[in-house]
Design a protein around this ligand. Sequence first.
Ligand code: NAP
Length: 324
Amino acid sequence: MKAIRVHQFGDPSVMKLEDISGSAPGQGQVLVSVKAAGVNPVDTYIRSGVYAVLPSLPYTPGIDGAGVVDAVGAGVRDFVKGDRVYFGGTVDGRAVGAYAEAALCLPEQVHRLPDPISFAQGAGLNVPYVTAWRALFDKGRAQPGETVLIHGASGAVGIAAVQMARAAGLRVFGTAGTDRGRALAAGQGAHEVFDHAAADYQKQITAKTDGKGIDLVIEMLANVNLVRDLEMIAVRGRVVIVGNRGSIELNPRAIMSKDAVVTGLTNWNATPKEFATAHAAIIAGMERSGFKPEVGKELPLAEASRAHVEVMKAGAYGKIVLIP
Ligand code: NAP
């Protein structure tokens, strides 16, 4: 089968389309014919060799995908050949991930894809939607009627968070760096949108809360925004760090003086029960509450290098997926 292979860590050009041997599903395994693979920023951190946990070389990148069950091994009861599914992770994700024509998964890594959701959209579900769910509800304790700021609402996690927060009855503020990104966030349910590059965006946001402040911030770039987030939140406000790309200096008094909570999450740390809860909520949300990934760009699998360049550029617009 065709798969992207990385033989040395480095810039996006280290990803090459190659032929590798496929595997039949063993006992308790599900073989998925991949129709789309999701490109997540973490795929680029791993490929460049800077991430905390690295695969041994060579490897095939990618965590997320969607497709059709091709075959199941002995003992698999929940899936049959032909089922439409999305998946998060593979049996040996550190060797052969989702950027390939087929993915060998454990049943708990595979989830049913409701009919109206396309394969390209399905490839945008696992990391972005589980992250958004955990950030809002497990870590952020979001409550109906509260005001949430999705700080970075134009990308894959941000769009998921906007949809979820709106469906849960929060007042949703979103930021993006482009008109197009702000229009996308508004179209997905944000009540108010702001430009995180505008000099006075913090003042604009605070004014929209009648000076009370934001109850919850879901933060996609903490090294840039955390100090200002703590100025913008209400007393007893919470900040959940989802994304961060550097270090900062912070006066802890900013947390103390507001009885604030600053927390964060890394998806790998979720327990099996937390993953199962998130996926159950995501599937119900697709069936009943309008959860639907916004696919901004579809590229052929052979253009994985370009996808890695694009996903790190400013001006996000939903999800980037690769089509094998
Ligand atoms: P993405 O699709 O590339 O979106 C990036 C988002 O960050 C865009 O909305 C972008 O807005 C926004 N952004 C850029 N500059 C910003 C700023 N100064 N202030 C606020 N937002 C800003 O990426 P993603 O998949 O949504 O992931 C978002 C971040 O979360 C990434 O850093 C990713 O690595 C991280 N993440 C972490 C976990 C975890 O387990 N902790 C899981 C998933 C993702 P514009 O482009 O419109 O400026």
